[in-house]
Design a protein around this ligand. Structure first.
Ligand code: SAM
Length: 444
């Protein structure tokens, strides 16, 4: 046998001769051209990885060993005429070590959790109460619908309890978030870490202005952070062809979750804080990624979707006042669609899209239609008593008595109550805020 510093061609020749194979024998079995084989063995050509695989199988030889020789021969080919070849090799080795330690550092970094997002009306603090009440009051539940999912905090809990969970919301940004956090798909951790590292080491002082910074800079975000957000968003789009669908969604959701932490707002984009913006560090962290195969994700109007789906229970948590979610989170919608819309008004909103009937005078009819149409055994409906509020925009469109009547008419209904501190923007006094959960067993 040859020593370990022989070339891959020499090694292949040596193995063939030791086994008493002629070049014709090898060509017949591996279908590798005779002349090509001879050129490989004499070092005039390097084999491909595919050819190495075929030869390793035929010779019953360790494929990885041959590949290592192939790579080292390739490196030699590349650097042999270079004056600083050896130093370049040593530098490459250092870089590989650095890359490895960086990867380990990112790998051990805490991931951003689904529930860490600021979102009006989210049920993060109530999820346990809601799910435990549902569990105690229902029987034989295997499938669950979260039809106004919002942050999907309730869906997340349902995924761990039930065989199938349908998650829906009108917003583009929410849809991407559900897919990133939950949907089964192909993704490569090293690739994602590379992206995050590249973004974190990009110096925003050196970046030019872009759609995002031109519009939202020094308003919703500090100027340099806005430049970086626009740059990252465009880069994700430029690289889309090299990303799987899951990787694309993970990077977009990661961007949303990280910019939520540096936005110059009280938690939504209806307005920005009119004070000089304090500089904050902007270092991205990856979100917590899961691959569940028991989820179905939609971005449809709840009333339309209700005609096409079926499950044992539907959790219903619509908006109850005039505040449209697509308007409150317009910057995330624009960031996801990345269609550079014309913007209007002080809050720089695009033309309205995905406006919910639940925020209008049609709310009661929409609700009645939805709960009647839904093909489920049980309904769990969240409701809060903000209609006593002082501000017009946070007045409820459906009254407690109306909701009670609608649900009583379609099934046996129980009401549960919980006191709850409300997330508000300062205008409204919610000291007597109560959260209700209706549980209805629909009549057959
Ligand atoms: C009160 S929030 C849901 C909060 C959610 N339970 C949570 O814990 O985050 C209401 C959600 O309904 C969505 N929505 C409003 N109208 C809708 C409609 N007609 N169809 C589907 N989703 C709608 C909004 O985008 C918003 O995310």
């Amino acid at each position: 046998m040859l020593d370990t510093i022989a070339s891959v061609g020499n090694i292949l020749k040596d193995i063939r001769e030791t086994n008493n194979f002629s070049l014709q024998d090898v060509t017949r079995v591996t279908q590798i051209n005779y002349t090509l084989l001879s050129r490989i063995e004499t070092g005039k050509r390097l084999p491909t990885k595919e050819q190495i695989q075929k030869l390793a199988v035929f010779y019953k030889y360790d494929e990885n060993e041959l590949i290592k020789h192939l790579i080292s021969d390739k490196i030699i080919c590349e650097i042999k005429d270079e004056e600083f070849g050896i130093e370049a090799m040593q530098l490459a080795e250092k870089k590989i070590q650095y890359g490895k330690s960086l990867f380990i550092e990112y790998e051990n970094q805490e991931r951003i959790k689904l529930e860490s997002r600021r979102y009006i009306g989210n049920k993060a603090k109530l999820t346990n109460w809601i799910m435990n009440t549902i569990q105690a009051e229902t029987k034989n539940i295997k499938s669950f619908i979260d039809i106004f999912a919002g942050t999907a905090i309730v869906s997340q809990s349902a995924i761990l309890r039930y065989d199938k969970v349908i998650i829906n919301d009108l917003l583009y940004s929410n849809n991407v978030i559900y897919k990133a956090f939950f949907e089964k798909g192909k993704w490569n951790k090293e690739k994602l870490v590379d992206f995050i590292h590249k973004y974190n080491s990009t110096n925003s002082n050196l970046l030019g202005d872009n759609y995002f910074s031109n519009n939202y800079g020094n308003k919703f975000f500090e100027q340099n952070i806005a430049k970086k957000i626009g740059y990252i968003r465009q880069d994700i789009e430029n690289k889309r062809a090299n990303l799987t669908e899951k990787e694309y969604n993970i990077l977009l959701a990661t961007l949303i979750y990280n910019i939520d932490k540096v936005a110059n707002t009280v938690g939504h984009f209806d307005a920005y804080i009119k004070k000089p913006i304090r500089k904050k560090p902007f270092q991205l962290k990856l979100i917590e990624i899961n691959d569940f195969d028991n989820v179905e994700i939609y971005r449809k109007d709840a009333n339309l979707l209700s005609k096409d789906i079926k499950a044992d229970i539907a959790y219903i948590d619509p908006p109850y006042n005039s505040r449209q979610y697509s308007r409150f989170y317009h910057i995330y919608e624009t960031l996801i669609k990345w269609d550079s819309p014309e913007l209007f008004g002080v809050a720089l909103k695009p033309e309205p899209e995905n406006m919910s009937t639940y925020c209008t005078v049609k709310a009661k009819n929409s609700f009645k239609e939805l709960v009647t149409n839904l093909d489920v055994k049980y309904l769990a409906v969240s409701y809060n008593n903000t209609y006593k509020s002082k501000s017009k925009s946070s007045e409820n469109k459906i009254k407690l008595e109306e909701i009670t009547e609608i649900l009583n008419n379609i099934g046996e209904t129980k009401v549960f109550e919980q006191s709850h501190k409300f997330f508000n923007t300062g205008k409204t006094n919610f000291s007597d805020h109560k959260e209700f959960l209706f549980l209805t067993k629909k009549y057959e």
